[in-house]
Design a protein around this ligand. Structure first.
Ligand code: HEC
Length: 371
């Protein structure tokens, strides 16, 4: 479960911050992996599919911006990049702290004008000469600072994400391409379980090992949740937050399993620290949910949030609702078979995962510090 605006440091060393700037809330869901987002068949992004290809608003995408989505976006990855900028706990900051969050705050009764943020961000970029030069070089339609708009900004972020994190050189790929030596015997046994008796491929299918659909698998809940307007307490109803359809309650998107060894912790909120434990959860969700221990979450310390961190676990009725919604049936596998499945998942790790094309820059044109 991530730490957003107000925290400091990166990765596992990130802390919840101090003084007035410290975080006011945890980010309710685990940050998503960025691998292979350029795959052309991706139709939906984020745990609840909040950004999805669709023509419901006449602009190609169903997103929180509805019909206010800017024109000219290259792909779904560029669309997604528009939103973290506008969100209080991810990047925008707390009310009173800066102009961005002031713009997002409610203007009418219920309306959140997230589209008001984009021109302000664009204005900041236009004012940094080094960025203007880079944008002029990258886009034919930019000759002066005023030509830059938010579409160029998110299109370039998306181009970077896709260029930097495309990975399809795993032993599993080599095996599929005909190199039968690429997988160990243990991994082949795991693969046969995955596509056979363990039934994993009924959801984790296709090139990304995800059917891009939504299921309830009863991952233990904790943290602030993603509440809907009438929720009296912290909870996360998953896909239903987006669709308002009760049939979607507690459903989350089947994640891609490519490079899954690099993306712990597991589940939409990071409830399980290891591959073995998340697999055990799938095999017997009710038992694993009931035996789950708060230490597994390994939450970064924030004593002022402790009261709500695990409050949901003591709500018996909510727990019953979660456990009665589960879409998978228990499957019995022995310990050896579970280890074989883990070995197979290890074989989905790209061989060049440590050599990214560009890597982390030493500095950026805005002068903002790079932790
Ligand atoms: C009914 C569909 C379904 C089946 C069958 C299924 N999974 Fe999953 N899997 C999911 C969903 C949905 C999630 C995400 C749940 C969440 O975040 O709340 C998930 C999460 C995972 C994760 C965590 C990935 C991450 O990045 O957090 C792993 C690993 C995983 N599954 C492996 C398996 C294996 C191995 C099997 C077979 C034993 C399996 N799954 C069977 C739907 C399924």
């Amino acid at each position: 479960m991530g730490i957003g605006e107000g925290g400091s440091g990166i990765g596992l060393k990130r802390t919840a911050g101090t003084g007035n700037d410290k975080i006011k809330k945890r980010i309710p869901r685990n940050a998503l992996a960025l691998w292979n987002l350029g795959f052309k068949n991706i139709t939906t992004l984020l745990h609840d599919g909040r950004v999805t290809k669709s023509n419901i608003f006449g602009n190609g995408f169903n997103t929180p911006a509805q019909e206010a989505l800017p024109k000219g976006l290259d792909n779904i990855v560029a669309v997604q990049a528009l939103f973290p900028l506008t969100r209080q706990f991810e990047m925008a900051g707390n009310p009173g702290e800066n102009e961005i969050i002031g713009l997002v705050s409610k203007v009418g009764k219920d309306s959140m004008r997230i589209d008001r943020v984009w021109p302000v961000i664009t204005h900041r970029i236009r004012g940094i000469p080094e960025y203007v030069e880079l944008f002029k070089n990258a886009f034919d339609d930019i000759n002066s600072p005023l030509d830059i708009n938010i579409t160029h900004i998110v299109n370039s972020i998306a181009a970077f994400e896709i260029h930097e994190w495309t990975s399809f050189d795993s032993p599993f790929d080599e095996y599929l391409n005909g190199d039968k030596q690429a997988l160990t015997l243990e991994q082949i046994k795991g693969m046969n379980l995955f596509y056979g008796k363990a039934n994993c491929s009924s959801c984790h299918s296709g090139s990304l090992l995800s059917d891009q659909k939504f299921y309830s698998i009863g991952i233990p809940q904790f943290g602030p949740g993603r509440t809907r307007p009438f929720d009296p307490y912290a909870r996360d109803v998953g896909r239903m937050v987006e669709t308002d359809n009760i049939k979607d309650m507690y459903k989350f998107k089947t994640p891609s399993l490519r490079n899954v060894t690099l993306t712990a912790p597991y589940g939409h909120n990071g409830a399980y620290p290891t591959l073995k434990s998340i697999i055990q959860h799938h095999l017997n969700p009710i038992k694993m949910n009931k035996n789950w221990k708060t230490e597994y979450a390994n939450l970064p310390k924030a004593p002022w949030l402790e009261k709500i961190d695990f409050v949901i676990l003591s709500d018996k009725r909510e727990q019953d609702r979660i456990l009665s919604s589960i879409d998978i049936k228990p499957i019995e596998l022995n310990d050896k078979e579970i280890d074989q499945l883990v070995s197979f998942l290890v074989s989905l790790t790209g061989r060049s995962e440590n050599q990214r094309p560009l890597g982390k820059p030493d500095k950026v044109p805005s002068g903002l510090s790079i932790d």
